[in-house]
Design a protein around this ligand. Sequence first.
Ligand code: BES
Ligand code: MN
Ligand code: ZN
Length: 506
Amino acid sequence: MEFPVQTANPAKVETACLVVPVFKDGELLPAAAKLDNASERLIGQLIERGDFEATLGNVLMVPFAPGLNTDRLMLVGLGERGKCQEGAFRKAVDAVFTAIAPLPAEDVAVAFTDVPVADRGCDWKARMVAEATHRAVYRFDDFKSEKAPAPSLEKVTLLISEQGDADAARRGAHVGDAIGQGVATTRTLGNLPGNVCTPSYLAERAERLAAESGGELTAEILDEAALEELGAHSLLSVGRGSAEPSRLIVMRYQGAEEADEAPHVLVGKGITFDTGGISLKPGEGMDEMKFDMCGAASVFGTVTSVLAIKPRINLVAIVAAAENMPDGRATKPGDIIQTLKGLSVEVLNTDAEGRLVLCDALTYAERFEPASVVDIATLTGAAIIALGHHATGLLSNDDDLALDILDAGETAWDRAWHLPLWDEYQEQLSSNFADLANIGGRPAGTITAACFLSRFADKFPWAHLDIAGTAWTSGKQKGASGRPVGLLTQYLLDREADGEVEVADD
Ligand code: BES
Ligand code: MN
Ligand code: ZN
């Protein structure tokens, strides 16, 4: 997909479809006004006659546009001017590309950077357009005999009114393009069924990503023998009941000027299928537990975005991959396991397996002496009860890091919400027989899961993202969302500035 930037008069732009946003109230935006003048007030008349209502997300396709050089004109409603915030802007952009994706149009031009959104510049708007384009043309039909025709869209031209905004628009489109690719990677990995996407499959994907990166990325895979040797018995305990061997996957990207600059570490939960193990889950909707590797998928997606942007930071991406199955050899409730850190854990519920693979991965992260560690996991059903499907749960042992992540989520419009990680919650994890139990009872399930992880994250600033509610959609639209690749990529891009050496002016 290409995203060129143009300052030409929109009436002169030759394209298959010209997209013009319109507010319900007030004057037409600059691009719309120019088009209106050049087309004998086509837009104004459509509104006056009641043929187009500019409610938020309402789209009207006009198949001919006399006086203009475009084949088609598409109007999109922005709703009320006073309510045009980020969410509204995104809704309008999504409506446009959802309508465009099935059309036989190879190139379109959009005038979205004109739309006033408080505190958001041209780069942000360009980026949202690029991300929405990728989201709309995404298909997952590898396993269908009859495939829907592939979308024809290849080029989205960003029309801007001010030449001075061109660089910002280009930069935004580039980042949005990279995030769009990362989101698509994450969605595909998430959507793949558990019989295809196994821990070894994820390991192969990491090796392939490294091989195709032209030396920018390296991948190291720890198999079960290596994990045994290392002492990662907690990670291994989860895959014990599965015929699929577990893996710890480590990818490294070195973009900082100094090779030894402390890296940022991402750790993804990669349970390629979660039956619950001996604490078996009920059957209904269990297929959705193929999405239990969406944390890992978001790590792959973020690595994909990072490789496309190449920020000057060092990054280590770790995926803890296992399949959670019941079996004669499976871990049982009451079993006590030894973690890589040395703490013993009483497994009171084998369905609380995510924390058991993550704790060893967090201990493994210590060796990189990280600047920060962020883990991403579909960890608790309780996160859905607390936050629903809009906000990712955020817990952290470092308030500055938490703020950086909240901020990145706002910018990327892939938002998280901060939950408390107070000491008072820790006692819910006490065990009569081991150093800690792997569950903390019903109250505050998302917090006690994070409390468990925090015991293994005492050597670095650490944040945990519970994406149980945001990683995928259920029902008719069932499928992985690609979240929180936007948040994570933005978080890493923001870290570039931290590493910059400040020059003192004397
Ligand atoms: N993968 C699940 C969490 C989950 C459930 C995510 C439903 C999205 C939708 C996780 O491994 C799990 O089973 N957690 C248990 C923890 C409990 C046993 C303490 C849960 O949330 O019920
Ligand atoms: Mn589980
Ligand atoms: Zn799980």
